[in-house]
Design a binder for this molecule. Structure first.
Ligand code: S3P
Length: 182
């Protein structure tokens, strides 16, 4: 499938929403590049996500995430899997360019936690005791920010393939429905 009016797709949503897996599959189907923002932060800084949080603190991580995110979003024909906190910053989704489609991969807290329990080192915010309570609270606080994405796809009980096909179908419909000068 090829898109004409869309030049970037940004996946947002909570930890465990499937942003990386769906992003990879989506980029493959579109024959576009794929960038995972967390992986890019680790690659450029030479530090793990865990190290960022433990040694420099969340605020410093957010600054790096914002800077590297801006840089990555200069690319064209790219699917970007953002980190779960990226879209939470005020104005972030509203500030995307007109040829970027933002997609919220929605997931319940309990399913999110099930999906990430093998790899909490990438998610220091969910480590330790009371992870489910923390996930519920965080998701409730963030829901309205994620809801500013142009498209929402429910991923609960869905495979990566199902979600990817759903996103592609939405992108295709969106392209068809847009007038040529939009
Ligand atoms: C975070 C999500 C993580 C990572 C960091 C903070 C968050 O990314 O950026 O641990 O604040 O939700 P994923 O959403 O890819 O797990």
């Amino acid at each position: 499938m090829s898109l004409v009016r869309t030049r970037q797709v940004v996946l947002v949503g909570f930890m465990g929403a499937g942003k990386t897996s769906v992003g990879e599959a989506l980029a493959c189907r579109l024959a576009w590049d794929f960038v995972d923002l967390d992986a890019e932060i680790v690659r450029r800084s030479g530090r793990s996500i865990d190290a960022w949080f433990m040694e420099s603190g969340e605020q410093a991580f957010r600054v790096a995430e914002a800077e590297i995110g801006n840089d990555v979003l200069r690319e064209q024909d790219v699917v970007v899997a953002s980190g779960g906190g990226w879209a939470v910053e005020a104005g972030r989704l509203a500030g995307l360019s007109g040829d970027t489609v933002s997609v919220w991969l929605d997931v319940d807290a309990s399913e999110a936690l099930r999906r990430v329990e093998d790899d909490v080192s990438l998610r220091p915010l969910l480590s330790g005791e009371g992870a489910l309570r923390k996930a519920h609270e965080m998701l409730n606080q963030r829901r309205s920010a994620y809801g500013l994405a142009e498209v929402r796809v429910d991923t609960n009980g869905q495979s990566v393939e199902d979600v990817t096909s759903r996103v592609l179908a939405i992108l295709e419909t969106r392209e068809r429905e847009q007038k040529p000068n939009e």
